[in-house]
Design a protein around this ligand. Sequence first.
Ligand code: GRF
Length: 205
Amino acid sequence: MLKLAVFVSGRGSNFRAILNAKSNKYINVEIVALISDKDNCPAIELAKANSIPCFFVSKIDKNGFINYEKLLELLTELEVDLIVLAGYLKKIPDEIVEKFKERIINIHPALLPSFGGEGMYGINVHRAVYSSSVKVSGATVHFVDKVYDHGKIIAQKAVDISDVKSPEDIAERVLKIEHELLPDVIKLFIENKIQIIDNRVFILL
Ligand code: GRF
């Protein structure tokens, strides 16, 4: 069974979508760890309620937190197959990216390569989308490389936003499709349907 480590920093609605997909038997995965840069957020409560082991990570020495070196050891020990960034706000250190090459995915609430990069998270993304006057937004799941929101794109889903009245309206529409897209991509990993050729990601049918 595919072993997942899910990284979160806050609300955890995408993490909940993974848990729902698992309990509905849409995906057959083992969530071996929930990793967070916060020791107190709704996503942690959700993990605890589902008996998923939680680990907290920090760059600086902090009581109850491990550093990224220890985290890498832990991920190796737990034999993690796939790391899913589900609203994780910190940058993943290069050593982890190298060790887990093409085994770390992130969900971004816009159609990359537009509206991504440092500082582009949460409502900031939707504000930028709103003020750009684009008519379509969406969600992107991509591999994580050493640059923010830059890795190869695995899957995207678009949504019409031509009639929205605020960035919050966009956020609501996009979040709904995020919750479908992320489990769909995890399923592709389980079924070994992802192939990289010429720097493009192909989905095997
Ligand atoms: C989502 O919009 C995701 O795309 C982005 O951060 C947000 C996390 O939301 N990376 P949640 O914690 O999953 O509810």
